[in-house]
Design a protein around this ligand. Structure first.
Ligand code: ATP
Ligand code: MG
Ligand code: MG
Ligand code: MG
Length: 474
């Protein structure tokens, strides 16, 4: 079996041998980019290079980038647990050309890597293209020997990439792997490009070839560029022939530790499988975020961290884990990733303490909150109301620290909807209020965590910055 870590290594080496500079992952918290909650793709650290504002001593780069898609434009938080392919935290492999090679080489590299290095069977691979991109269609035929039916033309929404409303943009092309009939959603329209798990998108190649102006016109860039991204967990699942990312060796240590701790098998039932996936994903995300100095609280990035810890906690309850538990199973995460991301090794003790404190705090309030929710739900049921009012959602959130997605996980199976808009507007109101009396971010950090900060863990300086930056983020 080809291990995930070997696939990561092979990717970096493959492109290194082809003249690419191996560039380390940038942090999850993007530097100098208050518009972005988290780094969500490999290209983020090269944005200024693509824009021509910064020149690097190389024109080709390769990286394995830590990514987080939980909040902002890309938000997969609520997919986690329910799809086989989404995480909040994941690693994105990518190769980049800054005005150097273009479409032909990008397609040829991708094709060679998946068919020669990883030995994926050609007959199960497909490509999607932007429907007006004749050039890409021709190249897939030439390089991969694809017949017309293996190339799926899609519209702007799916296959045209833009950095923002203006600036560099261009068509993209995705490499798809057919996981087989058993993964199909069953729709008669289920074909490559379908969003179910059968035709799994493994690699996205972006051909940056235009500049977009405020009036919407596109002008060809003098030196087109390449940006690609392939999820390490997804490609590992495909190579290892397992049904989901969570069944790869990248997650094996965590799943094993969780089985030991809960005494429940990962695949005991559909419910346990979802719970294991959520906990494993959220554990990884929390370990990586805390190692970068993010601390749980009620705003911005810190709130995302709080939400994922609390969501994991709630799924822990479904497995019968009544006591704080995440802090007990960070070792497999550090063992799997510490070598590549040394910030994990450096901050083990801090991560452990922060998790434990946050988990304990949540356990205390969770029980009160659940009690209130149960009472209200039975009252609403009697009245024949099938929607959870915004006021209740806000009260749960504000007084009991109950993120609304926890409520959602609880009430959806009971046939309830949620008044999310009502909740959001109350939350916004409260946020405006609290800004008026804003004294400084550290004021809100619990004493125990403040003292941890003072223990002087170096990367926690990032934490100070990210906390004081909060106001700008959302
Ligand atoms: P999907 O359609 O499956 O949500 P995407 O089109 O949003 O994926 P891209 O933005 O094109 O994804 O990102 C490039 C690659 O990163 C994807 O082809 C996939 O391999 C991987 N990827 C994207 N989102 C996730 C995620 N939430 N978890 C794991 N891998 C992901
Ligand atoms: Mg997506
Ligand atoms: Mg997609
Ligand atoms: Mg994509």
């Amino acid at each position: 079996m080809l291990r995930g870590r070997i696939i990561r290594q092979k990717f970096l080496e493959f492109f290194k041998e082809r003249g690419h500079e191996v560039v380390p992952s940038s942090p999850l918290i993007p530097k100098d980019d208050p518009t972005l909650l988290f780094t969500n793709a490999g290209m983020v650290q090269f944005k200024r290079v693509f824009l021509g504002e910064e020149v690097r001593p190389y024109k080709r780069a390769v990286s394995c980038q830590k990514c987080m898609r939980a909040g902002g434009k890309h938000n997969d938080l609520e997919n986690v647990g329910y799809t086989a392919r989404h995480h909040t935290f994941f690693e994105m492999l990518g190769n980049f050309s800054f005005g150097d090679y273009f479409k032909e080489e990008a397609i040829a590299f991708a094709w060679e890597f998946v068919t020669q290095e990883l030995n994926l069977p050609k007959e199960r691979l497909y490509a999607t293209v932007f429907r007006e991109d004749e050039e890409a269609i021709k190249l897939w035929k030439k390089i991969a020997g694809f017949s017309e039916d293996k190339i799926v033309p899609l519209g702007e929404k799916d296959n045209f990439w833009m950095m923002g409303d203006t600036g560099p943009c261009g068509p993209c092309s995705e490499l798809i792997f057919d996981q087989g009939e058993a993964f199909s959603c069953g729709s008669p329209d289920c074909k490559p490009g379908c969003s179910c798990d059968r035709y799994l998108e493994i690699w996205n190649l972006v051909f940056m070839q235009y500049e977009r102006f405020p009036d919407g016109t596109l002008k060809p860039l003098p030196k087109p560029s390449i940006d690609t991204g392939m999820g390490l967990e997804r490609i590992t699942a495909v190579v290892q022939g397992v049904p989901s990312n969570y069944d790869t060796d990248l997650f094996a240590g965590i799943m094993h530790a969780l089985e030991e701790l809960s005494g429940r098998p990962f695949k005991e039932s559909q419910e346990t499988e979802v719970a294991f996936r959520v906990i494993a994903d959220h554990l990884r995300a929390s370990v990586f975020l805390i190692s970068e100095g993010i601390l749980p609280s009620n705003e911005g990035r810190s709130y995302v961290l709080r939400r994922i810890i609390r969501r994991a906690e709630r799924f822990g309850k479904l497995l019968g884990l009544r006591e704080p538990f995440l802090y007990k199973i960070i070792t497999p995460v550090v063992e799997e990733f510490g070598e590549i991301y040394p910030e994990l090794n450096k901050n083990v003790t801090v991560v452990e303490k922060v998790l434990k404190i946050e988990e304990e705090k949540f356990q205390e309030t969770l029980n009160f909150g659940l009690e209130l929710l149960e009472k209200e739900v039975s009252k609403l049921s009697k009245e024949g109301v099938k929607i959870i009012p915004g006021e209740l959602l806000f009260k749960l959130y504000d007084t009991y620290g109950f993120p609304y997605d926890l409520v959602r996980d609880y009430v959806l199976p009971l046939g309830f909807d949620l008044d999310v808009a009502g909740f959001e507007s109350l939350r916004e109101q409260a946020r405006q209020e609290s800004r008026k009396s804003w004294k400084g971010a550290l004021e809100r950090v619990p004493e125990e965590i403040k003292s941890l900060l003072q223990e002087g863990v170096q990367t926690f300086f990032v934490g100070y910055e990210s906390l004081t930056e909060k106001g700008k983020i959302i």
